[in-house]
Every structure is written in C-alpha cells, then in structure tokens.
Ligand binder design. Structure first.
Ligand code: FMN
Length: 198
C-alpha cells in the first residue's frame, strides 16, 4: 500500500495552490508514495455561517484523520504580514487531540509559501509555519543547496522551503526555478517519509 504524503495548503489567489500541485507531483515521482491534497476553509473575524462540508471546487477540506494517517506533511500558506494565513492557523489550533496522542511525532514535514513582494516576509512565514509542527514533534525538512536552482533563482526559493514571488497584482507565474524547487521539495519529503515509515 502506498504511503501518503499530506499536501495541506491555503490559497486565495491560486499561487500556493499551484505550488501545492507541484509539490504533489514531486511526491508522485517517488515509487511507493502518493500525495493527498487538502485545503482549509476561509475564516473571518465574525463567523455567522459555517463553510459547507465540501468545497465547491479544489481539494477537499482537511480532517484530523488526514494528519493522523499521513506518512509526511507538506504545508503551504500565502504570507499574511510575514506570518502564516489565519485559516491554516485556525486549523492547527484545532489539533490538540493529535498533539495529546503524539500522532505526528517523528513524521517529516516541510513548508512552502508565496508572497507579493521579494522581501515581503517569505522566510518569516516559513519559520512561523514550522512552529506548530515542532510542537507536534514533526521533523522539519528544508530544501538543500544540492538543488542548483536554489543558488541560481532570481525570484523565490529558500533553504527553509520553496517560495514564490507572485507580484503585487498576483500576476507573476511561477518561474522555472520555483517550479523545479517545488517538485524537488515534494520528492525529498516523500523519499525521507518512506525511509522513516515504520
Ligand atoms: C492580509 C494580507 C496580508 C499580506 N501580507 C503580505 C506580506 O506581508 N508580504 C507580501 O509580500 N505579501 C503579502 N500579501 C500578499 C500575499 O501573500 C500574496 O498575494 C500571495 O502570493 C497570495 O497567495 P495565493 O495566490 O495562494 O492566495 C498579503 C495579502 C493579504 C490579503
């Protein structure tokens, strides 16, 4: 039975969704590994209605069982003032049950992000996304400099996780370097998850 890598993301304008699909492509390049794409519903300061159980389009909403069952996790979020987006943070705030049971302890995880601007907080967002994963006992994987695109990129790409610079109008497509790094990140995560899986 293939080992599943959960690719969990939030995306408002599509950049992080595209990155998630490329990370999933990298996962699928590893024999024995399979990607499970999941997202989270939007949140607002005043919540009057619940999101429908199933989104109208795109990946299904994540459930705690997705985390419990995965062999590894790729987590993607747009930058929100240098931080992880609230819908993903809200999801992590609902995971105490898994934390208490140690369900994620020892599983590998890695993170990716998209910002409008080159210096708009890619690294801080990636670091903020690592914090709940560390509390859950996950093993954080970055992107190594043995990936040549990390050195030659003129837009996104960091050793903390792949990043994309989308432009202030969200109109910049993923560069070839960013795409390659997304795929490499998914492939690396899947390879290591298979090695660590019991
Ligand atoms: C409330 C808010 C805060 C944001 N903060 C930043 C920021 O600090 N730096 C930045 O470069 N972009 C910032 N952005 C832009 C998004 O991170 C960027 O458009 C990202 O590419 C969106 O990803 P998506 O297409 O997956 O939704 C912000 C956007 C919103 C709505």
């Amino acid at each position: 039975m293939p080992r599943e890598i959960l690719v969990l993301y939030y995306s408002r304008h599509g950049a992080v969704r595209q990155m998630a699909q490329l990370v999933a492509r990298g996962v699928a390049q590893v024999p024995g590994a399979e990607a499970r794409l999941r997202t989270v519903p939007r949140v607002s300061a005043v919540t009057e209605t619940r999101a429908p159980a199933v989104p109208e389009a795109g990946a299904p909403y994540v459930e705690l069982t997705d985390l419990a069952e995965c062999a590894g996790l790729a987590l993607g979020s747009p930058t929100r003032f240098g931080n992880m987006a609230a819908p993903l943070k809200a999801f992590w705030d609902s995971t105490s049950e898994l934390w208490l049971s140690g369900a994620l302890e020892g599983k590998p995880a890695s993170v990716f992000t998209s910002t409008s601007t080159m210096h708009g907080g890619q690294e801080t967002t990636l670091l903020s996304m690592m914090l709940p994963l560390l509390h859950h006992g996950m093993l954080i994987l970055g992107v190594p400099y043995t990936e040549p695109e990390l050195t030659t990129t003129r837009s996104g790409g960091t050793p903390y996780g792949t990043s994309h610079t989308a432009g202030t109008a969200s109109d910049q497509p993923l560069s070839e370097h960013e795409k390659t790094l997304c795929i490499a990140q998914g492939r690396r995560l899947a390879r290591i998850a298979l090695k660590l899986a019991p």
